[in-house]
Design a protein. Sequence first.
Length: 154
Amino acid sequence: MDEHRAVLSMLNETWFGAELAAETQARLASLASMLDFEAGTEILREGDETTEMGIVISGRLALRMLVPGRGMVTILSVEPGDIFGWSVLTAPYRASSTVVATEAGRAIVLAGPALRAALRADHALAASLYPRMLQAVGRRLTATRMQLLDLFAR
């Protein structure tokens, strides 16, 4: 199976991609590549330029932030179907957390400049993708709040 078809198949297996229109899935697949990662791999570093957005297919990622006096603190675990690197869509395109693989896995990655250009040029793509992105960010916000409640409860 070629990479394009593999990406389409994997997108359909995630909550993020399953309900996207076929045209949107095809457009994303045309911009995508696969990223395999091992446990311990640092994928993004807090404060660095974000060059790719990813959709986790398998494995697990930890989002970590540098907390003064405490060092790196995991604020959220990212599971299959969830995204990382969404800051690639919002200036100044800087990672708001460090992303580290806690389990080996695979992700679909979309190059930031190409994705931004596609969204500017294709309004149907933008209209289809941005609501899903907002849903992803909303899920992230809810999960982060839950983890913070747990952290403060201790």
